[in-house]
Design a protein around this ligand. Sequence first.
Ligand SMILES: *Cc1c(COP(=O)(O)O)cnc(C)c1O
Length: 376
Amino acid sequence: MKVEMVDLKSQYNKIKAEVNTGIQECLDNTAFINGPAVKEFQKDFEKYLNVKHVIPCANGTDALQIAMMALDLKPGDEVICPAFTYVATAEVIGLLGLKPIMVDVDENTFNIELKDLEKHLTPDTKAIVPVHLYGQSADMENIIEFAKKHNLFVIEDNAQAIGSDYTFTDGTVKKTGTIGDIGCTSFFPSKNLGCYGDGGALMTNNDDLAIKIRMIANHGQQKKYHHKVLGCNSRLDTIQAAVLKVKLKYLDEYSTARNKMATYYDKNLKTVAEIQVPERAQNSTHVFHQYTLKVKNGKRDELQKYLGEKNIPSMVYYPIPLYKQEAFQQYVEGNFRLPVTEKLCSEVISLPIHTEFDQEVADFIISEIKNFFSNN
Ligand SMILES: *Cc1c(COP(=O)(O)O)cnc(C)c1O
């Protein structure tokens, strides 16, 4: 049996006619840069997210960088982010001459931990970047309250949780990415809403920030050849927008299918003593960008090797805490460590998860995991 980590091919086959028509239209009207599909997708996405402004850009990393640029932070200002995340989250902070302050995460939700966040607050703290890791929201109600109290900006890294709903205590429901000052997302092919190349977007309900973000993403100009600030060149490709316009219509279906596979994994794997199936956060729906187990008997790497031998792909997101990366040594003391992040880096393993649920594939993966633990 051939198992893929992310099955983009069967997904494409189901929407082939629509996608091909969309791409063909771009080719026929040769509006490759800022063609009609970009604006159309932007409008559809604003409606889906129930947010005032979506600003498409070239990729998720650019989105984070542009968000940071739009807040007028000064060199040396501190920006708090989790240490257990993809490098892009912290990388852009450092690139802009700001100081990434890495904090620990909750061992069950994998998202930023409030108590550790509070510990790292200083007079130089200016912003927080919660990451909605693996597909469910960070504890946004408390993060927003904390940010308000200390006058901090909140930039959501929503690259992994697009479509997820967060419910506040008063019953208000918001899509992740639309809760903080600015939300950022990525349309990298394997993301839940992925295109067929690179893409990204920022979202905000703040009109002034939206104007600034658009300007920065377009060489700092609002009027052609009048450059107000230093910006960059970050656009969503028209062909990618055409793909996204089609895929957005199916995003909720995809999330449902991912949940179906996750629930099936849960049901069949929760009886295995050596592993812990993912916990659901209280106030968030889960869109299962990743289905991530914790291996409790120290045999994560052996399990991964075993699965590999059975042609079952798996991934470790992420094997090394950011503060142990060479590139980040300038921001931490040599002995800096965060216990939960370190533990997770040695325990987590993500299994294949698809937008088309195939029970035969799931059964095969489950039986091999059980085989491994019955001998280990
Ligand atoms: C994918 C990802 C990004 C970066 O997105 P790109 O489009 O690859 O630049 C940023 N943060 C997180 C958490 C991601 O998963």
